[in-house]
Design a binder for this molecule. Structure first.
Ligand code: NAP
Length: 401
């Protein structure tokens, strides 16, 4: 980011300070000699700089620095998804009270300019739905299992060795990262305040190579999808692996790319695709925010994002078709027992799929269900969990058509 800024000759932007810990070890020869290097954030807040860029990440001390900067009358650009997901509405109001800007375009989908689009290009529409592939690590792992039919553990190791996944990838795999991003998209696009923890997150850890075989039989593949639909006063929101048609925009997203689809009352559907992470694409998003804020100073222009945010009830009770995958110890009567439980809960079977050639001690097969609500399905799943022929918990995935 600093490099792009230093290399863009003729720009009205001037880098004045770089604040980091242990700055002596981090100094770079390409930084102009008049830039002040410091490990004291207060020195930046006390300076006459107009804009502070926060790229520390996490909540502490980033939150204090961002609040301090806004209170000191400076605008802020940040890429910090945890900070915006948890304190975005509050910080936007603080910025508005001080007549300053808070921009966070790089906090979701890295270099893909979806947040600026939501906050400017699409703000004339009334959006009611946002869905996305928001986590590049999950998409890399799932698309590798899809293309190479390797086990989940092997795809994770490969992602880690290539730098696409951290040593502890729990935040990515279990949906914590994506639901923080979904909360930010809901704030910017649906004007709805959502605590990330209130969004249900399902893990991708249970996905097996065989699930891609069965998904393919259904014309589908599997992706981690984050979705939010605003209906009246309720925000239906969920993050987790879903079956999506193989030839759909989601189904075609490979490796660590991100895709966000928006649905608006007037403008219809829009798609945003690109590099969701990586130093250079993310730096471009940060510099673009910076230029937007700087131009706004001279034009007296700013985005109004603080005034029309409301709260909504959060629900994960989507009505969809379902994919249920079982691993069982083969014995007579298994299908009849499962069908009996489903019928007792008034759930309709759409298809039953079983591929030949598997070990009878751990036999995978799939039942798909016609659309029903999540709350209607859960009691049946709980009853199935106690069946003695199950050798693994049932994997239950929404089928998005
Ligand atoms: N990289 C991406 O692809 C990407 C994509 C989208 C959004 N983001 C967001 O961008 C932000 C920066 O990410 P990054 O990948 O550049 O992270 P990073 O490589 O870890 O850089 C963070 C920098 O902040 C410094 N720092 C950490 N705690 C500090 C403290 N208490 N005081 C002073 N300096 C401190 C770190 O110093 P040390 O080196 O000493 O730890 C490091 O130089 C994060 O909010 C991240 O979520 C990144």
């Amino acid at each position: 980011m600093a490099k792009i800024l230093c290399e863009s000759g003729g720009s009205s932007l001037r880098l004045t300070h770089i604040c980091n810990r242990n700055v002596e070890r981090k100094k770079q020869p390409w930084v102009p000699s008049d830039v002040i290097w410091t490990d004291d954030a207060q020195m930046v807040l006390n300076s006459d700089a107009d804009i502070v860029i926060e790229l520390i990440g996490g909540l502490h001390p980033a939150e204090q620095i961002v609040r301090g900067a806004l209170q000191a009358g400076k605008s802020v650009v940040t890429a910090n998804k945890q900070l915006i997901a948890r304190h975005g509405p509050d910080l936007l109001q603080l910025a508005a009270r001080h007549g300053r800007q808070l921009e966070f375009g790089a906090s979701v989908a890295g270099g893909v300019p979806v947040l600026p689009a939501l906050r400017t290009g699409l703000c004339g529409d009334r959006l009611h739905g946002i869905a996305g592939i928001l986590n590049g690590t999950c998409n890399y792992i799932l698309s590798r299992i899809e293309s190479a039919r390797i086990p989940f553990s092997e795809a994770l190791e490969e992602a880690q060795s290539r730098g696409y996944a951290e040593a502890d990838a729990s935040e990515d795999l279990d949906g914590g990262d994506a639901r923080a991003k979904l909360a930010i998209l809901a704030l910017a696009g649906l004007h709805t305040q959502v605590a990330p923890e209130s969004v249900r997150a399902r893990t991708i850890r249970a996905i097996d190579a065989v699930d891609f075989d069965y998904a393919a039989e259904l014309g589908c593949t599997i992706r981690q999808i984050s979705r939010a639909d605003l209906k009246g006063n309720t925000l239906f929101a969920d993050v987790g692996p879903c079956l999506v048609p193989a030839d759909s925009p989601f189904g075609r997203v490979q490796r660590n790319l991100n895709l966000v689809l928006t649905s608006g009352q007037y403008g219809g559907d829009m798609a945003f695709l690109g590099a969701g992470a990586g130093g250079d694409p993310t730096a471009v998003a940060v510099v673009s925010d910076l230029m937007f804020v700087a131009e706004g100073f001279s034009a007296g222009r700013k985005r109004d994002a603080a005034s029309n945010v409301s709260t909504a009830g959060i629900s994960s009770d989507f009505e969809t078709a379902w994919y249920l995958r079982f691993f069982v110890r083969d014995q007579p009567g298994i299908v009849a027992r499962l069908a009996e439980i489903l019928a007792a809960h008034r759930l309709n079977i759409d298809a039953l799929l079983q591929k030949p050639g598997f070990d009878k001690a751990s036999l995978p097969f799939v039942i798909t269900l016609e659309p029903c609500r999540d709350t209607q399905l859960q009691p049946a799943l709980e009853q199935m969990a106690g069946l003695d022929f199950s050798v693994r918990p049932c994997l239950c995935l929404p089928i998005l058509r």
